[in-house]
Design a protein around this ligand. Structure first.
Ligand code: ASP
Length: 288
């Protein structure tokens, strides 16, 4: 028996969230290049998406890790997730006081569980040696004060009428294909603008905010509650399994949403990659 594998073209894509602008394009590029370099050196797709996501979490202009949004209570609770071609997963939700939630998600991946939330996630992080870190910045505190004012004045976007209270921006995500033909996806967020403590959106929810298996990987961004309802990432993945090009699958998925519902998706399969968003979104991709 001879074992071997065909070297695949490498693909790395990063995004800075539905609604992010050209002002943070450099962040998606910097993170994408870090991920691509890992792939280039023969690293796994999983290592590449984790490496890229750490760079995005450390950029305080983005709503993930340092710079995460404050909840209405003034607390920061973060969600992060990872999944790869073997359907190995690691997800955390409502995690507090950690610099890089994606690293905690990676630790979860090594346990028999795939999702740890809330107080249990905080304790898990400490038990793995993650020291306390406050991801708050002056900018996010000012944004929080504005959010509270908007709530008081009922100054709300049309799609948030149900809450009479809520909004989104700048979650981060990455997908990759490595030289062995394996895929991986990752997400990290501080959540939406108007959030109760304990709220979990799509970002760490398998099938909704992310999905990966032997045929590809997908990462989504937008209004978590709406993304979960249509199980967006698995929807895109299934279209790719049916033979559609990732770009075609991503474009088609946006038809599941009202035009004014900010939604973005990035995907990769052996046919290439796709990036779609119905509003602005800073992203970066390299194939080679
Ligand atoms: N999907 C994220 C959430 O609902 C927010 C985002 O993508 O910007 O928490």
């Amino acid at each position: 028996m001879v074992w071997g594998f065909t070297l695949m073209a490498l693909i790395m894509i990063t995004h800075c969230g539905a609604g992010s602008t050209e002002k943070v394009l450099d962040a998606s590029e910097k993170a994408g290049k870090v991920g691509f370099e890992i792939l280039n050196k023969g690293g796994s797709a999983l290592d590449a998406v984790v490496g890229a996501t750490i760079v995005l979490e450390d950029d305080e202009r983005l709503n993930a890790g340092t710079g995460s949004r404050l909840r209405l209570s003034g607390k920061i609770q973060m969600d992060a997730s990872l999944m790869d071609s073997k359907r190995d997963c690691g997800c955390v939700a409502a995690l507090e006081g950690v610099k890089n939630p994606i690293k905690v998600a990676r630790e979860v991946m090594k346990t028999p569980h795939l999702f740890i939330a809330g107080e249990g996630a905080n304790e898990f992080a400490r038990s793995k040696g993650f020291e306390y870190y406050d991801p708050k910045t002056d900018r996010t505190v000012r944004a929080w004060e504005k959010v509270r004012k908007r709530l008081r004045e009922k100054d709300l976007p049309s799609w948030a009428e149900k809450w009479e209270d809520y909004d989104v921006r700048d979650t981060v995500g990455a997908v990759a294909l490595d030289s062995r033909g394996w895929f991986a996806t990752s997400n990290s967020t501080g959540g939406t603008t108007f959030m109760l403590d304990g709220r979990v959106g799509d970002t760490p929810v398998i099938g909704a905010g992310l999905y990966a298996a032997e045929k590809g990987a997908v990462s989504a961004t937008g209004i978590g509650e709406e993304i979960v309802r249509v199980v967006l990432s698995k929807w895109v993945y299934d279209r790719m399994v049916d033979g559609r090009h990732p770009q075609d699958a991503c474009d088609a998925s946006l038809e599941l949403f009202e035009k004014d519902m900010p939604t973005g998706v990035i995907a990769v399969s052996k046919d290439g990659y796709g990036v779609s968003c119905n509003t602005k979104m800073a992203w970066w991709a390299r194939e080679g």
